[in-house]
Design a protein around this ligand. Structure first.
Ligand SMILES: NC(=O)c1ccc[n+]([C@@H]2O[C@H](COP(=O)([O-])OP(=O)(O)OC[C@H]3O[C@@H](n4cnc5c(N)ncnc54)[C@H](O)[C@@H]3O)[C@@H](O)[C@H]2O)c1
Ligand SMILES: [Zn+2]
Length: 355
């Protein structure tokens, strides 16, 4: 199968047909296929995959502990050693079955093991489906700096099956929805409106969201296909993430941990305020964003001046920075975003303490 940017995404039953044919056509020995899972995806998702793809019954399963803490270079080394022990070759295939932690980690290992082997992503969280598995970025954290070590590596196939979401917690669903709201805010106002119309139903009844998931994937995929290496346009996907990532890193090792999506939802509110102040975002749009997101993602922390200083230090390490300046992507109106804004510390501080 020809691997082509953005043309390797398959949904529901068709996806399993394509996966079955791929494994047969590429003449894989099942023992040369390695399935990366975490404790929970092994329990909830792996049996579903086996029921569709019999071929994988004899493949090796590599299981790691669940959670962001595992997304580091030491886990990668452990996986590489295991691959070596299991006699993986340059022709091996890794199939990542899990959320963003597994697809980031497994994608990264695939890109470095023996200078790069093939991989397939089967995302099993909402965030994994609409965001982490789309767009060829792989990577791991360096201590508390998110995704500091990473590569671009294109999966052979992307298998999207929203059925996996039936076992995912409501909190994880709501976390994943933040990226969908973001897709509306940066690129498609109608999608933002749809998300607001269906957000409560989507959080309660995961089955109705197939169509929204597809649309969200198409929005992200269109952007990354135009700018795969993040030279320009792709930066708009970072909206909400400059401050959001800092919050996520800051709270990573505290009692009151916050999920990626929750951090990004707060980040989008702060960065909408900044957009209002320096990018002509109207007060009406700001208030709409603020009221929609803050009611859906109630804030569980209060920031002090000291917290703000520490967050700023984390932002200074952000990979997106250029010439030692923190770079923001800001919206002009709902559905339109641009990138490379330098924002003074005083305004970042104002947003963090005010919003
Ligand atoms: N590469 C990218 O472009 C990109 C984009 C966005 C986010 N990310 C990364 O993604 C990660 C977050 O991903 P995530 O939110 O999917 O987290 P995750 O992978 O930790 O999954 C969340 C939890 O859900 C469990 N789980 C997964 N699927 C399940 C299922 N179907 N049923 C029950 N439980 C299930 C997992 O075991 C885990 O406990 C972060 O590390 C973030 O940096 C990467
Ligand atoms: Zn994100």
């Amino acid at each position: 199968m020809q691997k082509e940017n953005g043309k390797n995404i398959y949904f529901n039953d068709e996806a399993y047909h394509v996966l079955n044919s791929y494994l047969v056509n590429q003449k894989f020995d099942p023992k040369n296929v390695f399935i990366l899972v975490d404790n929970l995806t092994y329990k909830h998702c792996f049996p579903i995959i086996l029921s569709h793809v019999n071929f994988l019954n004899k493949s090796h399963v590599i299981k790691i502990r669940t959670g962001e803490k595992e997304k580091n270079i030491y886990t990668c080394i452990k996986i590489c050693k295991l691959l070596e022990k299991l006699k993986a070759t340059r022709n091996s295939l890794i199939i990542n079955v899990g959320g963003g932690v597994i697809t980031d980690l497994g994608g990264f290992v695939s890109s470095i093991f023996k200078r790069g082997i093939r991989f397939i992503n089967i995302p099993t969280t909402l965030l994994g489906m609409v965001d982490a598995s789309i767009g060829y970025k792989t990577g791991v954290n360096l201590d508390y700096i998110k995704n500091e070590i990473g590569t671009f590596h294109i999966p052979e196939l992307l298998i999207i099956d929203p059925f996996f979401l039936n076992t995912l917690s409501r909190t994880e669903i709501i976390s994943g929805m933040a990226e969908m709201f973001k897709h509306g805010l940066i690129a498609n106002k109608d999608f933002w409106i749809d998300m607001n119309k269906f957000k409560l139903e989507m959080a309660e009844n995961k089955n109705i969201c197939n169509d929204l998931i597809k649309k969200s994937i198409f929005i992200k995929n269109k952007i990354v296909t135009k700018d795969p290496k993040e030279k320009g346009l792709r930066k708009i996907l970072n909206f909400g993430h400059t401050i959001g990532h800092a919050l996520e890193s800051y709270f990573m090792n505290k009692k009151e941990k916050i999920l990626h999506g929750m951090a990004i939802a707060s980040g989008m509110i702060y960065e909408s305020w900044i957009s209002h102040k320096i990018n002509d975002l109207s007060m009406i749009d700001y208030e709409e964003i603020e009221s929609s997101l803050s009611s859906f993602y109630p804030k569980k922390y209060v920031l002090s001046d000291l917290d703000v200083e520490k967050l700023f230090i984390i932002m200074e390490h952000d990979k997106k920075n250029e010439k030692n300046k923190i770079q923001f992507s800001l919206i002009k109106r709902i559905g339109e975003c641009s990138y490379n804004y330098e924002v003074p510390f005083s305004l970042i501080k104002e947003s963090l303490l005010k919003c």
